[in-house]
Design a protein around this ligand. Structure first.
Ligand code: BOM
Length: 141
């Protein structure tokens, strides 16, 4: 659900600042990670892909090949309130997007494409959070 996704985003987003330097993601492009879900934020910058890889590695959510670690992603999402209602759905959405861009060899460029696909499909399926929902739970993390 969108409520659970707001918790996951708030927690995951906290690692952005640790990854700013090595990803090269400027504040002009993305001021705060939860703006990912803004209607007018376009998920297009390669540096955002690099940042998502770096952030995911803080929680062991990716394999060596910069693809999702299915079991760890499941467990990570389940660790949030009511996370078990979102985990399988979210892993399936991400994996479906990964399959569509498997031919892109460069990791950062591929991951930002996967992330844009995931945002679109999450919105389509009604599990994308509003920015205000994320802001309401950020103080808990
Ligand atoms: O092959 C790439 C696998 C990783 C893709 C991750 C896509 C989602 C990143 C952007 C959205 C984040 C929202 C919540 C936290 C997800 C862990």
């Amino acid at each position: 659900t969108a409520e659970v996704m707001s918790h996951v985003t708030a927690h995951f987003g906290k690692s952005l600042e640790e990854c700013r330097e090595e990803s090269g993601l400027s504040e002009e492009v993305m001021e705060e990670f939860h703006h990912f879900w803004r209607e007018d934020f376009e998920v297009v910058h390669r540096e955002l892909g690099c940042a998502i890889i770096c952030m995911s590695n803080k929680f062991q959510l990716m394999e060596e090949d910069a693809r999702m670690h299915h079991e760890n992603m499941h467990d990570y999402i389940k660790s949030f309130p009511e996370g078990e209602v979102l985990s399988s759905k979210m892993v399936a959405l991400i994996h479906n997007c990964e399959k569509q861009f498997n031919d892109i060899e460069e990791d950062c460029s591929r991951v930002v494409k996967v992330a844009a696909c995931f945002k679109r499909d999450a919105k389509r399926d009604g599990i994308a959070p509003e920015v205000t929902m994320i802001e309401a739970v950020m103080e808990h993390y």
